[in-house]
Design a binder for this molecule. Sequence first.
Ligand SMILES: C[S@@+](CC[C@H](N)C(=O)[O-])C[C@H]1O[C@@H](n2cnc3c(N)ncnc32)[C@H](O)[C@@H]1O
Length: 371
Amino acid sequence: MGSSTQSPQSPRSPQSPKSKAASPAPAVAPLSAEAQNAAGILPAAHWTEQPLPEEDIDDGASSIGSFSSTTASLSSSIYKYREVHGRTYHAEIGNAESWQPNDQRHVDAMEIWYHAVTLQMGGKLFFSPLEQKKVNRALDIGTGLGLWAIDFADEFPNAEVIGTDVTPIQPSWVPPNVKFELDDCNKEWTWPDNTFDFVNLRYLIGVVDDWDALFRNAYRVAKPGAYVESLVPGSYFLSDDGTVKEGSSLDQWGRVFREGGKRIGRTFSILEEDLQRKGMEAAGFVDIEFKDFRCPMGTWPSDKEEAEKALWQKFAVEADLEGYINYMWHSVLGWTADEAKAFARHLRRDINNPKIHGYMISRVVWGRKPE
Ligand SMILES: C[S@@+](CC[C@H](N)C(=O)[O-])C[C@H]1O[C@@H](n2cnc3c(N)ncnc32)[C@H](O)[C@@H]1O
C-alpha cells in the first residue's frame, strides 16, 4: 500500500492539463429561491452577513502546469476543458456537467483524499474475498488519479488492471500491469461479457446517472464467480452530541450536494437510498455484504487513530475546499464568487472548531456473480 503524499517527481504524479479552453457555460439553470428554501438551503446573505475575522482564504486559483506524457497520442480535444468561475472541468466525453474540477489544485486534493480514504478503510484496498491466483483482470471505474488501480496492481502483480475515467488526470508512469482508458461509465460498457475477476466502483458520488444500469454493466463484464465492490460516502455530516447543528455550514454542505445532485441528475444520496445493495441485487449479484465506516473530520477526536483519520479528512477537504463547492454553489445555487467564498470561510472555521464533533459514514458493499 503506497502513501499518497508523493513528490512531484513520483511515479504517481498526475499529469497536468496541457491547456484549457474557453467552453460553454454550464447547462444547468440555478435552482430557484423557492426550491432552495424548500430544501432547507439558507440564502447566501446568511453567510455574507455574518462576517468572520479575516482569514487567509485561498480564492481557489488553480495552477495549470505543463503536460508531457505518453498519452499525447490522445485526441487533443480531450484537453479542452470547460471552465466555471476560474476552475476547469472535463468536457467532450461523458456528461460534461461534472461537479469536480480536474485542474492541478483539485488533483492535489484528490491525492490527499486517497490517503484519507485508505486510512478509513484500515489500509485495505477492498473487502471482497479475493484470491490472488484467481484475479487475472480487474477494472476500476472512475479511477480518478488511478492510485487505487496502481496499489491494486502492486498487490496483484499477475493481474491486468484497467482504470477508466472521463478525464485524463492519471499518471503516465505506472506499473506494467496497469492501463488507463478514457471511458464514460454512464454509457453501455464496451468490454465483452465475462471479462473481469473484480470490478471496483469507488467514490462515484455525483457521477452515476443510473446506479442499477451501472451494476447491470458490472454484472455483464464480470466473470462468473467475480466480485463487484462499491464504496461511497454518505451525504450527511452527523454528530452524536448535536454539535453539527441544523443550519450550520456542515449541515448545509450535505443539503446543497443532495439538491445539486438531483439537479444534475446524479444522486449524492447513494448510501441513504441503499442504491449499492439494491443495484447489486437487481443485477443478479449474490452473497452481498456491507460494512459502514465512521469518518470523523477535524481536530476533535481524542482517540489517536480517530484523530489521524479526522485530520487527514480535514486536510483533504481543505486542500481544495473552494474546488469542492465551486460548481454546486455557483452553477446550481447561482451564488457569486464572494458569496461562495463567505460560505467557504464559515465551513473552514467549523471544520477547525474542536467543539464540533462532525463525522460522515462511508459504506462499502460487495457481491459475487454466481458461477
Ligand atoms: C471522487 S473521484 C473518485 C476517484 C477514485 N475512484 C478514488 O476512489 O480515488 C470520481 C471520479 O469519477 C470520474 N468521473 C466523472 N464522471 C464519470 C463518468 N461518466 N465515467 C467515468 N468516470 C467519471 C471523475 O473524473 C473522477 O475522477
